[in-house]
Ligand binder design. Structure first.
Ligand code: R5P
Length: 290
């Protein structure tokens, strides 16, 4: 406890030096409370404003996906190269070492699998998300599907609870055979997520008009990788997405199904954080792969 008497006089007031407020580099997120910003700052790199998230939550709808059969062997070695881990609570407790100190984007909605109709989902409790020290919670939103109202309700419920405890919400635009991934649909789906309070949106890249998708979305967008592409093409997609306004990637199969996943993740980092051109990033990938 500080003593009451005989202390040095306080005199270093920095008169004439204005106190400069630090602002977030990410759009739409400057007015959030401290805890919310702290969590987001763990996910997004302060210098680039971007993030490389590693997604391995596929098992919750697909079972033992190729590359995720033994996550202890395939995912754990990738963890050091990711800015954030996107996974289920099962995978988190089962294989992610708590000592890795990576922020977690926790999949917080689940329900149906590929054997039935996707997107009929319910929510984890916010209490469980806090227990797992989630830095962000991810909720599927299936705009245009039979489960549109249910999933928008899931999103708003999580945003309400996240606001209470300062946990940001990732709105994940859903996949589905009937959902077309063009700029018109993706603009609508991402904007609906943002308007309903999602702090970050995960969606797909589209070759035509993606800059309109990011422009019309008032919060950061990260792209999913989608099905496995040749490594050169996946790096090209990441480059174009960032170049057209995405704030990062949340990639799964194009990393853990690559010939050399650690090299691929490092090459993706060069594109996302350093703006490396895809041809150079691919060359780097080839060299690291050996
Ligand atoms: C989709 O809803 C899941 O959350 C996956 O995490 C997502 O699809 C990203 O993985 P991928 O890059 O393999 O598409």
């Amino acid at each position: 406890m500080p003593e009451a008497d005989n202390n040095l006089d306080a005199k270093n007031y920095g008169i004439g030096i204005p106190q400069v407020p630090e602002t977030m580099l990410m759009k739409g997120l400057n007015e959030l409370d401290w805890g919310m910003k702290d969590r987001l700052a763990r996910i997004f790199n302060r210098m680039s404003g971007h993030t490389v998230m590693l997604a391995f939550d596929h098992g919750y709808i697909m079972g033992p996906t190729s590359g995720l059969e033994r996550m202890d062997l395939t995912i754990v070695p990738l963890i050091p190269y990711a800015d954030c881990l996107m996974c289920t609570r099962g995978a988190l407790r089962q294989i992610v070492p708590p000592t890795c100190n990576k922020p977690i984007s926790l999949r917080a909605s689940a329900g149906s699998t590929i054997l039935t109709e996707l997107n009929d989902e319910c929510l984890l409790s916010m209490e469980e998300c806090l227990r797992l020290n989630a830095s962000m919670v991810a909720v599927m939103v299936a705009i245009g599907s039979r489960f549109e109202a249910l999933t928008v309700r899931n999103l708003t419920t999580m945003v309400d609870q996240g606001s209470r405890y300062n946990v940001p919400v990732l709105g994940v635009t859903a996949v589905g055979k009937e959902l077309v991934r063009d700029a018109r649909y993706l603009s609508l789906a991402t904007r609906v997520c943002a308007e309903n309070g999602a702090h970050v949106i995960k969606t797909y890249y589209c070759e035509s008009g993606f800059e309109k998708v990011t422009a019309a979305c008032p919060v950061p967008i990260v792209i999913a990788g989608g099905k496995k592409l040749p490594e050169r093409e996946a790096l090209q997609m990441a480059y174009e997405a960032i170049d057209q306004g995405a704030a990062g990637v949340d990639m799964g199969r194009n990393v853990f199904q690559a010939d050399c996943p650690t090299a691929m993740l490092q090459a993706v980092r060069r594109v996302v954080h350093d703006g490396e051109r895809p041809e150079k990033a691919y060359e780097m990938y080839r060299q690291m792969r050996g």
